[in-house]
Design a protein around this ligand. Sequence first.
Ligand code: CA
Length: 230
Amino acid sequence: MTEQTILIVEDEENLLEALRYNLEHEGYRVVTATDGGKGLEAARETDPSLIILDIMLPTLDGFDICRLVRRTSDVPILMLTAKAEEVDKVVGLEIGADDYVVKPFSMRELLARVRAMLRRPRHSRGEASDTEVIRAGSLELDQTSHAVRLKGQHLDLKPREFDLLALLMANKGRAYTRHQILDRVWGQDYIGDTRTVDVHVRWLREKIEPDPGSPKMIVTIRGVGYKFQA
Ligand code: CA
């Protein structure tokens, strides 16, 4: 197995060193940057397997870096946030982060998140079995190219939205609980709560449903969770 590189962009030296120590101990190669500009540069130059990104940084903040990296890469991004308001932004602004932890966090929790994120298949890695195009009415999900089209128009989905839609569409009519969805889409080590699922369902509905307020495709099963109804 090739060594995986993790880029840490964090300006608190003590935290940065603690992260470096623990991640190296786990066998990862670690690259670090202490300001935003250098972090962005490192993200482009080192092609990391995962980025741990602080939000408040000198020169360029974590939100900007996340957006800029997302233009060209689907590398998993774990945001480190210091305040509740920042969590709202990470989740609400659709900046493209995959996960977040709130400071102060335990190193154990962070390592579990990192492992879970690295285990998820990256979207650029196509597999021979993923040749299927799943259709439901005018909605089309292409597992090979990771594209979703609605009435022939390409939809811009975030990686996790795609995975969630793929799970539901590949199992039309089957009801999933929020926990089952978390396990399958976010991974079993994911420590966040099931509201994450609700938020992603809401975003997906806004993109695929003619009337997101009264969804016809991703329907809520009261007391259970969600299913895709063709
Ligand atoms: Ca900081």
